[in-house]
Design a protein around this ligand. Structure first.
Ligand code: SF4
Length: 410
């Protein structure tokens, strides 16, 4: 493997851009070490040269024939769905939104079977946000709300200045100084083990806790007596510092009531900002998620799920999973895991990892960050270049989507 110098890892939404890779066994090793990143690179580096470039109903096919079949399906679609984006670049997402606009498609980044959109918190309330650097340099209290970034985003605590970058990840108190890491979780996670202050209550009580915090911040006594002490202690810590951050993710904002909980968090943060600076940092579950949301925002005005069926963008809101009610007949998955689809839906997959065997059409793409270059947005919105340390000549999803659009418009 040629030495590509430092590259950007897209193994998670943190997009560490100081990574060097070297062969190790049948995979790769990363420096600084990160097991998740090593697994991500290794999975994409291992693709056998004999794997077909495309399949139609599970049978090997040429890319041209597969594109023609995909175009035929999309041209005849009554209710097309475009989803995925886990490993998509900004270029992929732009091409996908252009195609969705032409088709009048429903765009759901997480897929129909994922967390349903509720009344999306960000478009309704906006968010107080910050870069990783601002949180590292200014937040004296960082509250991690029911996430375990040491597992899902392994270098986050290092990037926020709570642990050093050494191989054993040992705490470096001098850097950490008097900063406080608060972890709310009723599970014993790796991140919780690093906390200076632990809070525990069941996930079902998150909305109650957030509304109580808001009430206590307004000077109204909390009704929930058993959470009162813990919440009072947290408010006290927050009240002692001029800058604090809340780190949250799908454990707060997904599933039943998820967007209500997210709204409550953003309401609380906005209220706390009256006399100090408080910010939020969302932990997306995939490296392509922030870029896809940013592209949707630029091109449709909405982040999250957008319906273009009416000839103009509409923000999708729903209080239950979308899958059953949308009447989707053709779905196009871009650089993501194929969701289970209702019976009768023809599936098209453009991805760098093997698609499920029952996809009607599947076309292999070059993995951005390993086999192809591209642009990705870090979880705090900072754009970063992805390199191609193992460049191969498979097409990118963006190139395939542009060809699909041209074929459909012909
Ligand atoms: S923390 Fe995430 S982006 Fe950074 S090296 Fe590990 S997997 Fe890659």
């Amino acid at each position: 493997m040629p030495d590509p110098g430092p590259v950007t890892c897209a193994g998670c939404a943190l997009l560490c851009d100081d990574v060097t890779i070297e062969p190790s066994g049948d995979g790769v090793r990363l420096e600084p070490p990160c097991p998740l990143g090593a697994q991500w690179f290794s999975e994409r580096a291992r693709r056998p040269a004999s794997a077909p470039a495309a399949t139609i109903r599970g049978q090997a096919a040429g890319v041209e024939a597969a594109l023609n079949r995909a175009a035929e399906l999309l041209r005849g679609a009554r209710r097309p769905l475009i989803y995925g984006f886990d490993g998509a670049t900004v270029e992929d997402a732009r091409a996908a939104v252009a195609l969705a606009d032409r088709l009048g498609a429903l765009v759901v980044p997480g897929g129909l079977a994922g967390a349903w959109p509720g009344a999306p918190a960000l478009p309704l309330r906006g968010a107080s946000s910050a870069t990783l650097g601002e949180i590292r340099d200014r937040s004296q209290v960082v509250v991690i709300w029911r996430e375990d970034p040491l597992t899902s985003h392994p270098r986050l605590l290092e990037r926020l200045g709570f642990v050093d970058g050494s191989a054993d990840g040992s705490p470096r108190r001098a850097w950490r100084g008097t900063r406080t890491l608060v972890v709310l979780d009723d599970r014993d996670t790796a991140t919780a083990a690093r906390a200076d202050l632990r809070l525990r209550w069941a996930r079902e009580r998150d909305l109650e806790a957030l509304t109580c915090l808001r009430a206590m911040q307004r000077g109204v006594a909390a009704r929930s007596s058993d959470l009162g002490d813990a919440l009072g202690g947290l408010l006290e810590r927050l009240g002692e510092v001029p800058h604090a951050a809340f780190v949250y993710g799908p454990a707060l904002s997904s599933g039943a009531g998820g967007q209500r909980r997210a709204l409550a968090l953003h309401e609380l943060v906005r209220a706390l900002c009256g006399d100090r600076h408080v910010v939020t940092l969302a932990l997306p579950s995939a490296a392509g998620a922030t870029g896809a949301e940013d592209v949707l925002t630029w091109q449709t005005g909405y982040c999250g799920s957008v319906d273009l069926a009416g000839g103009h963008p509409e923000l999708v809101t729903a209080t239950r999973p979308l899958m059953a009610d949308e009447g989707v007949d053709v779905s196009l998955c871009i650089e993501g895991g194929l969701s289970p689809a209702p019976a009768g839906v023809a599936e098209i997959a453009l991805g760098s990892l093997p698609a499920r065997g029952d996809a009607e059409v599947s076309i292999h793409t070059a993995a951005a960050g390993v086999e192809a270059t591209g642009t990705a947005h870090r979880l705090d919105g900072v754009p970063l270049a992805l390199q191609a340390p193992l460049a191969r000549d498979a097409p990118s999803a963006a190139a395939l989507l542009a060809r699909l659009l041209a074929e459909i418009e012909r």
